[in-house]
Design a protein around this ligand. Sequence first.
Ligand code: SF4
Length: 228
Amino acid sequence: MGDPHTDPAEQAETVIERLETEYPDSTISLRYSNRLELLIAVILSAQCTDARVNAETEHLFETYRSAHDYANAPQEELAEALSSINFYNNKASYIREACEIIVEEHDGEVPDTMDDLTDLPGVGRKTANVVLQHGHDVVEGIVVDTHVQRLTRRLGITTEERPEAIEQDLLDIVPEGYWVQFTHLLIDHGRAVCTARNPDCSACVLADVCPSEKGDGEIDLASGDRWD
Ligand code: SF4
């Protein structure tokens, strides 16, 4: 077990500092060239890796170019085009319905407010935050995905469990200038070192400040269980 700062804000500051050095080019890994592609890619990325989404959208974005195209695509055709993605049937429905609303209520443009975005089917606060940040340059929250959820708990930055509650905690803890980058840094570290099942604490730059660091039968604060 490492020796964490007792103040979550200081802990977050140290985490940011160390991870910035470790991952200087950290950024969003979904590929897109406009706001609509970004929205589609983020909807598809729920419970699916960004690499898989990128492989699929390479062809998808050549076929479907506007919200009108998705809204008018037959359900079976769009589902078939997404068949390598988890929950492709549901996601195809969400995308078609969301694009129908975008065409009918937003002149075919991806909306730029949290309320309008979260009114779209398949779009929760996490997806809306990504689209606002990277599509509209509007930063009003922190994206809490599965990596951010796991690492902030492991690192003792929050004890909340639900993503929405974790985000509210983080908004008071993480300096506003880092609200976007904090997510990318934790995602990079979660993929490279602090993986869900088998984090490599011996190679971790945060080991000395991490209360979950695997030492003498310590507890994984993300799950509350002892490490195997
Ligand atoms: S890899 Fe280990 S030491 Fe590093 S953040 Fe994850 S649990 Fe903590």
